[in-house]
Write a protein that binds this ligand. Structure first.
Ligand SMILES: [Ca+2]
Length: 290
């Protein structure tokens, strides 16, 4: 109840409890009232908006999450947007090279390294836990390579021990749940495919969702995963990391397959590369609440 006592029991709480989430999220995006908005959001959270296994959820930046059956994770249905990543950059003063392409606030953030993506997740976890918007034990992070596979769906049990070993092993399966080539509107792929009208990135959510309600797992930007390219289990530090999903740059059946991976150094940044976050719920929470 700490957040409630900080805010007081007056009109702010009433406003928070009655506020539409759009109102609260618009406050959250305002730098001038960032602290007040966080406290309001905490009050909303106290009113019962905490993330639960199997339930969709919306966070303090307005990022929307969906549950992935068989996991304890909520996946962000969008790639991390320019407006989301900008909040982090403004808050901590992190360097972010401006991309040489036109992007609006709802385009996926690009020119972000694996380390940048991890730092964003740590920042967001701390920011929301500080005001009890996010319960203790929940944390944002990048998806593991095999979690990303579950999210894209249809890959079954992939047998390789590393992302490198799993790369391209399952043939003929694509994020649009149909045969090659991608049909019109399947996603934001290379212009030569002629399935969309975007030369570079597209606003997130411009195309159809997949079976789990997630946008742009295939195409738009390639997405950082937690895993090292040759790692069997995660360990932090420099080295080659794993990218999934292809991007607006990619056109071939090899690159657009659901099982396709790419490797890139952890400090690589490019206009083809972005990231998606997952929310990990506390151990045991799922069993208790199901
Ligand atoms: Ca993508």
């Amino acid at each position: 109840m700490r957040a409630q006592s900080v805010i007081g029991s007056g009109s702010e709480i009433a406003v928070a409890r009655g506020a539409s989430s759009d109102y609260v999220h618009s406050l959250m995006r305002s730098e001038q009232s960032a602290t007040a908005a966080l406290l309001l959001a905490a009050a909303v959270r106290l009113a019962g908006a905490e993330p639960l296994p199997g339930q969709p959820w919306r966070n303090s930046l307005g990022m929307e999450f969906v549950p992935i059956p068989g996991t304890r994770l909520l996946f962000c249905k969008w790639e991390t947007r320019v407006q989301d990543y900008s909040a982090f950059v403004r808050s901590v003063g992190r360097k972010w090279p401006k991309p040489q392409i036109e992007q609006g606030p709802t385009h996926p953030a690009v020119n972000v390294t694996w380390e940048d993506a991890r730092a964003f997740c740590a920042w967001l976890t701390a920011r929301e836990q500080q005001v009890e918007f996010l319960p203790a034990g929940c944390r944002y992070r990048l998806p593991a390579d095999l979690e990303w596979s579950v999210a894209v769906g249809g890959l079954g049990v992939e047998t390789g021990k590393t992302p490198f070993a799993r790369n391209g092993e399952v043939k003929g399966l694509y994020p649009w749940d149909g045969p090659w080539p991608p049909p019109a509107g399947a996603g934001n792929y290379a212009p030569v495919r002629e399935v969309d009208t975007y030369q570079y990135t597209a606003p997130v959510g411009s195309f159809s969702t997949n079976r789990h309600g997630i946008f742009d797992l295939g195409g738009n930007v390639s997405e950082w995963c937690l895993d090292g390219w040759l790692q069997e289990s995660f360990s932090a530090g420099p080295g080659d990391r794993t990218l999934r999903g292809g991007s607006w740059f990619h056109a071939t059946p090899w690159h657009l397959a659901s099982s396709a991976r790419e490797k890139a150094e952890w400090n690589f940044a490019d206009i083809r590369v972005g990231f998606r976050v997952v929310l990990e719920l506390p151990a045991g929470e799922g069993e208790k609440k199901r």
